[in-house]
Design a protein around this ligand. Structure first.
Ligand code: ADP
Length: 456
């Protein structure tokens, strides 16, 4: 490490333990800080954009993620061989693996993220909820801890009141989640949730929550340093979901006013300050009838972080890197200004009506541009989207002075966007933009499923 920007020592070389658009995103932040980058890649990604742009690259294994992007030994060897000072995990893959974060530090490298203890604490959703409650964050009413057997589930459901939601303690990506509307279906829902949790996470522990009928998903972006400072960067409304996965995100939320934003933001910051939380994190809530209910905390950078960057002008990845190098946050809560409105569409390589995977060669690629338009993507014409990984191929993010301006800009940007040769969800996004409910901001977490199911 040498003197970089600012008075503090800064990294000279960062290894990016990821692929796709987020690997590029991290590379860009590094370059602007004068830091060299190391890309790691599977044999399927030899021609990928992150490999082309990085200063150095190391092949870490065959296509399957478990043999490459999840291959801890290969990634740590790549970092050692190339002399990297730090590892940025991106999102997904090893980003919320506490053991990986600990091993990175044991190898004398900086992990660009929270402490292994905080990753572990929030990765167990039962412990996360208990911690949140202790720290004064409002939670969804539910079982106090894991539910061991059917008798305990029946008792918990009676206490909570039907409908209830059974969720995996080790959950993520919406898997292992089952609704039970009444006692008659509880047994089956309980068994299925446990089976799915065991299969997906190797951990069959489940817990229960009140199933909320018409909530919005609103999350608070926070960032803290290792000097005790924690600030929030407002909220993102991620209610447009399919199978509990986000498709469109916006900030500010059409449902919140400035006072509500500051109130929930302050509650979250006070709690995380008590915890000594450092680096970026997101506290996720369901919001119904004017009340917030904590559901989980993600201890990493999120896919939808550009929405926040667009309205605050703060480069979150740059801050993450500075903080990991020991620097204090470069701004205080009072310095954070929210300007205008931003919306993000996640574009996936899937058929737009029935969501079948559509990997293959991108024959044409023309991203939209102009004022207030940002495209985060690792696509290029001639690139082949491999079938092995997440299907997201681009994020289109627009910013406008008002929500209406952002909507107009999004509509024309979607019209300009050409991705040829593979099928993508661009047509679905154009349809969503054509809906009166979306334009009015009148949607909850169930809206998109109903909309997708509608006859066209
Ligand atoms: P995961 O970690 O699998 O993403 P979350 O707890 O973050 O699970 O929940 C994912 C989504 O599931 C939420 O955004 C929301 O749409 C839905 N959900 C979670 N908890 C509830 C609940 N108590 N009531 C209704 N919907 C819920």
């Amino acid at each position: 490490m040498t003197g970089g920007t600012g008075a503090r020592p800064m990294f000279e070389k960062v290894l990016i333990a990821n692929r796709g658009e987020i690997a590029l995103r991290i590379h860009r932040a590094c370059r602007e800080l004068g830091i060299a980058t190391v890309a790691v890649h599977s044999t399927a990604d030899a021609d990928a954009m992150h490999v082309r742009l990085a200063n150095e690259s190391v092949c870490i294994g065959p296509p399957q993620a478990r043999d490459s992007y999840l291959n801890v030994a290969a990634i740590l060897s790549a970092a050692t061989i190339t002399g990297a000072d730090a590892i940025h995990p991106g999102y997904g893959f090893l980003s919320e693996n506490a053991d990986f974060a600990a091993m990175v530090e044991e190898h004398g490298l900086a992990f660009i993220g929270p402490t292994p203890e905080h990753i572990r604490m929030m990765g167990d959703k039962v412990v996360a909820k208990q911690t949140a409650r202790k720290l004064g964050i409002p939670c969804v009413p539910g079982s106090d801890g894991p539910v061991q057997d059917l008798d305990a589930a029946v008792a918990a459901a009676e206490q909570i009141g039907y409908p209830v939601l059974i969720k995996a303690a080790a959950g993520g990506g919406g898997r292992g989640m089952k609704v039970a509307a009444s006692r008659a279906v509880l047994e089956e829902a309980f068994r299925t949730a446990r089976g799915e949790a065991e299969a997906a996470f190797g951990d069959g522990r489940v817990y229960m929550e009140k199933y909320l009928g018409h909530p919005r998903h609103i999350e608070i972006q926070v960032i803290g340093d290792s000097h005790g400072n924690v600030v929030h960067l407002g909220e993102r409304d991620c209610s447009l979901q399919r199978k509990h996965q986000k498709l469109v995100e916006e900030s500010p939320s059409p449902a919140l006013n400035a006072e509500q934003r500051m109130e929930i933001g302050t509650t979250v910051c006070d709690a995380l300050r008590k915890l000594g939380y450092r680096n970026a994190g997101t506290v996720e809530f369901l919001y119904e009838d004017g009340k917030f209910y904590f559901i989980e905390m993600n201890t990493r950078l999120q896919v939808e972080h550009p929405v926040t960057e667009m309205i605050t002008g703060i480069d979150l990845v740059r801050e993450q890197i500075r903080i990991a190098a020991g620097a204090p946050l470069s701004f205080s809560q009072d310095d954070v200004r929210f300007a205008g409105h931003a919306i993000e569409c996640r574009v996936t390589a899937e058929t737009p009506t029935d969501f079948r995977p559509s990997p293959g060669r991108v024959a044409e690629y023309h991203p939209p541009g102009g004022l207030g338009v940002r495209v985060d993507s690792a696509l290029y014409a001639g690139y082949s989207v491999p079938p092995y990984y997440d299907s997201m191929v681009a994020k289109l993010i627009v910013h406008g002075a008002t929500r209406n301006e952002a909507l107009m800009r999004l509509r024309r940007s979607l019209d300009e966007f050409v991705i040829g040769g593979i099928e993508t969800t661009l047509p679905l996004h154009r349809r969503i933009l054509g809906s009166g409910d979306f334009v009015d901001g009148a949607y909850d977490i169930h809206w998109l499923e109903r909309f997708v199911g509608l006859k066209r």
